[in-house]
Design a protein around this ligand. Structure first.
Ligand SMILES: [Zn+2]
Length: 472
């Protein structure tokens, strides 16, 4: 351990020495070390693109070319000012306005940035708006989303994959919950304070290079805090927690930078856009948007929605293949089952057994958050919520919970059944639950019509027996 530290110090010394050889102007600003990252740039871009598609399906994007163009211009100006060592030419920066009243902005890996209308309305001038954008841009350039995932040991992130991590990391707070599912509420990532400091420092440098005054980056955090009022912290601060002395640090960095005496601060364009927004119909808050989304859930939240139910479904193949959910979960499933992944679950089903209303044959594995940390209580809580859900209202619990084990850890098993509205036949659900080391509940639900269940027993038994949970 110590050896590594010494090595690092030595490297820092070498760098300091190198920097002394550089022209004077380059010495002043604080050096930022790019955090460790196990994801490739390609993965980063893919994940960001996927997340941006989800965001745009679930969040109202403001369709106003004038306001959007304005934000894009600021964005491009900032992008061109990213110091060369932090540039990623592969990234496709884009800037959109979300028609939501909350004071928030976020950026996804690969350069997809979203600025809430509430953020633009709250900013006191263009400098402040650019400040928030420069901060977000710095998280992107330093690849903080995937860097955070790199050091995450939370098993949930491993099973759910990088996309989910980022959903939480970047959307944060209540917004993240609205976008993902409420299951995520306990797990939403925030950027670490260390990354916040980095994004502030690089943000200040980008501001100066782009012809803005970095002190407006410091100011906008004050503006955000002041506007918060009431009990609820603004979204932005829940995903970007204040490091100590944020305001002072940014201003200190500003003193190290060459700031144009004519730095851009108030612009006519900014006022025009603010005016324009204020004349539009009131924007909803994210909470309102979430409520509406729950009332009319979009089809895409159901991963199997594209399937068609068929009367005849192929029996489970006796040949299996190994499915791995992140580094965390491994199970063997019949070869002829298709895989459907969502943020918090994976579904396996053969052709003809999946569609709008879930599966008629197959298995569903997921992770959920429960209030209770006791396995028995957590299981009960989960089963109750399952049965209360309208789409499962035909199911009844047929047996008490029996103790069993999954991969050597304590587990419960129970059976639910009822007349499936899809097949018109009695459906049997074998449900297993166990707890992960972080206290969340892992469930395995295996589904088949009663009259076929004897032919599914082997596949189900193999699946549970093969499960390997590696969350420590
Ligand atoms: Zn931040």
């Amino acid at each position: 351990m110590k050896k590594i530290n010494l090595g690092r110090n030595f490297a820092v010394m070498a760098l300091v020495w190198t920097m002394l050889m550089l022209p004077f102007a380059a010495i002043g600003q604080t050096r930022i070390s790019i955090p460790k990252n196990k994801y490739s740039i390609q993965e980063e871009i893919r994940v960001g693109r996927q997340a941006s598609a989800e965001v745009e399906q679930q969040m109202p994007i403001l369709n106003d070319s004038e306001a959007t163009r304005y934000v894009q211009n600021i964005g491009q100006r900032l992008v061109s000012a990213i110091p060369p060592q932090f540039r990623h030419p592969e990234f496709q920066y884009q800037f959109k306005i979300v028609n939501a009243s909350d004071i928030n902005a976020f950026a996804l890996p690969g350069g997809y940035m979203y600025i809430n209308r509430g953020m633009i309305e709250a900013a006191r001038n263009e400098g402040e708006l650019a400040g928030v954008m420069a901060h977000e841009l710095s998280h992107v350039a330093l690849r903080h989303g995937t860097a955070q995932a790199t050091k995450q040991s939370n098993p949930l992130n491993q099973i759910l994959g990088i996309g989910a991590v980022l959903g939480g990391a970047i959307l944060g707070g209540q917004t993240g919950a609205a976008i993902g599912s409420t299951i995520f509420q306990g797990y939403l990532l925030r950027y670490s304070r260390e990354y916040e400091t980095q994004a502030d420092t690089l943000g200040a440098q980008i501001m100066a290079r782009a012809g803005y005054d970095p002190r407006d980056l410091a100011n906008v955090f004050r503006t955000i805090e002041q506007q918060s009022g009431g009990s609820r912290a603004p979204e932005f601060l829940s995903s970007h927690p204040n490091p100590a002395n944020r305001y002072e640090n940014i201003n200190r960095e500003a003193q190290l930078l060459r700031v144009s005496p004519n730095a851009i601060q108030n612009t006519r364009q900014f006022e025009l856009v603010q005016n324009r927004l204020s004349r539009m119909p009131r924007a909803q808050s994210m909470a309102e948007i979430e409520q509406n989304a729950q009332r009319n859930p979009p089809g895409r939240t159901n991963p199997t929605a594209n399937g068609r139910y068929e009367n005849r479904v192929e029996l489970p193949s006796s040949r299996t293949r190994s499915y791995t959910g992140g580094n965390f979960l491994r199970v063997n499933v019949p070869n002829n089952w298709q895989v459907f992944e969502t943020q918090d679950s994976v579904t396996f089903a053969p052709q003809g057994a999946f569609g709008d209303n879930g599966i008629t044959h197959g298995a569903l594995i997921g992770v959920t958050q429960t209030r209770s940390r006791d396995l028995g209580q957590a299981t009960e809580e989960y089963v109750n919520s399952l049965l209360q859900n309208q789409s499962n209202s035909y199911l009844r619990q047929q047996s008490n919970f029996s103790r069993t084990s999954i991969d050597g850890r304590a587990a419960y098993a129970t059976v639910l059944s009822g007349r499936s509205p899809i097949t018109g036949r009695t459906e049997v659900v074998n449900l297993y639950t166990t707890q992960l080391s972080n206290g969340s509940l892992l469930y395995i639900a295996m589904v088949a019509p009663q009259e076929e269940s004897s032919r599914y027993n082997n596949a189900f038994r193999n699946l549970v027996r093969s499960a390997q949970i590696n969350d420590r």
